[in-house]
Design a protein around this ligand. Structure first.
Ligand SMILES: *Cc1c(COP(=O)(O)O)cnc(C)c1O
Length: 404
């Protein structure tokens, strides 16, 4: 297994300070190769859903690995271009955005998925048949780790509900739209590969009505393990079942179709380590609190999604296990873990949070006027600072001071 050792993480904490995000390049490569190996006999392309982690060095690394990129905003598109992705390898899956962003994406030459009838209509008026477009559909499937990260169910805001396919087809006909791909993304942390097969089945019914279709885009949401005994989405089984679904519907619509996936978490979750240092230990009748030099301002997933992050005391791996509530140092409840068994914790120890690569730094803020953490990339055994820690002037940078 590709992972960084405790001693390595301690030395990085000493060199770069804490709190610190550390990413391990070779782990990203390992995950990408799992995908490409499993799907090697099929016409499948992977787009890294970069909202998980947009540091430009990560984008550049993923680009070199050969993956394409999926963006959720026009600025992610600009970052991807800056990182060196050619426009033809950039997909912009928009949702609820102003039409002006779609016009900008078109002018940049990237692939565009549209997720509302309203923007599809505007696209038709503006571009007609002159520029290919993808349609994001909502399959009305319930899937994913929990409701907050499910996006394909019948009350979700994402995509055009499949039951409105008649209206989609009417817009396509009216403007002679060139629909090159159909997209669905049902949620995050989908362990059951049959969810993807069900998505394909729903699309197979519709595909024959889109004469220009070249791609079907099944979105992201592959699950990763968070603790011992956890499993990830079985990618080999997925490849086998997707292959079987296509074998039973050879060339739906009369042409071979390329399949796309948009993994975010799967590529970068496990590559990341969030390294903190223990400020204070507080014994109370209810719990022993361990306060680290961070909070939900740096890692919001536990408070936001009840996400589980394995926490390891890298400074005292031989210590007796005890139960702790691990909390942060901000003025707001910012519990990272309740009643968690951790090797005995002392003030000054380094606690490392696993699975910190996806939606970790990316969702961080300056709440409590604290600095955002530094980010380090370990590649070929060498550590590179890829974002310096905030400084005091960063807190004031965009403020306009009046003489009141
Ligand atoms: C967030 C997102 C993804 C990636 O989801 P993961 O759970 O990180 O794999 C893929 N596609 C779209 C459209 C997304 O919004």
């Amino acid at each position: 297994m590709t992972q960084l050792s405790k001693d390595h993480l301690i030395s990085l904490a000493k060199e770069f300070g804490t709190p610190l995000y550390v990413y391990h390049a070779e782990k990203i490569k390992e995950q990408y190769q799992k995908l490409t190996t499993a799907f090697s006999n099929s016409n499948t392309v992977f787009f890294y859903a970069c909202k998980a982690l947009t540091n430009v060095n990560i984008l550049r690394y993923v680009c070199q690995l050969g993956a394409n990129v999926d963006c959720s905003s026009i600025n992610e598109v600009r970052l991807a271009l800056h990182a060196g992705f050619p426009p033809t390898r950039i997909l912009y899956t928009s949702n609820g955005i102003a039409f002006s962003e779609i016009e900008e994406a078109q002018s940049l030459g990237v692939i565009i998925n549209i997720d509302s009838l309203s923007n599809l209509e505007k696209f038709g008026q503006r571009f007609g048949h002159s520029y290919p477009v993808g349609v994001r559909l909502r399959p009305n499937i319930m899937a994913g780790g929990n409701l907050k990260i499910s996006t394909g169910h019948d009350k979700s805001k994402f995509g055009i509900p499949v039951d409105q396919i008649g209206e989609v087809l009417a817009v396509v006909k009216k403007y002679n739209l060139l629909v090159a791909d159909l997209h669905i993304h049902t949620g995050s942390e989908i362990k059951d590969v049959d969810v993807f097969v069900k998505g394909i089945e729903i699309l197979f019914d519709i595909i024959p009505q889109f004469a220009d279709l070249q791609f079907i885009d099944l979105g992201g949401g592959f699950k990763v393990p968070y603790k011992d005994g956890d499993t990830e989405t079985d990618i080999n089984l997925l490849a086998q079942k997707v292959g079987a679904a296509f074998a039973s519907h050879p060339n739906p619509g009369g042409r071979p179709l390329q399949v796309w996936f948009e993994p975010g978490k799967f590529l970068v979750s496990e590559c990341g380590y969030f390294v903190t240092q223990v400020n204070v230990i507080k014994e109370t009748s209810a719990a022993t609190f361990v306060s680290v030099d961070s909070g939900f301002n740096h890692l919001i997933r536990p408070m936001f999604y009840d996400a589980y992050h394995y926490i390891e005391n890298v400074s005292n791996p031989g210590g007796a296990e005890k139960k702790y509530s691990v909390v942060g140092n901000i003025c707001e409840t910012d519990t990272f873990a309740w009643d968690r068994r951790i090797h005995e914790v002392r003030e000054g120890d380094y606690l490392v949070f696993r699975n910190a690569g996806a939606y970790g730094f990316e969702m961080s803020s300056n709440f409590n006027a604290r600095y955002k953490p530094a980010e380090v990339l370990v590649k070929d055994g060498n550590a590179h600072l890829i974002r310096r820690r905030d400084r005091f002037e960063d807190l004031l940078r965009n403020q306009i001071e009046l003489s009141l």
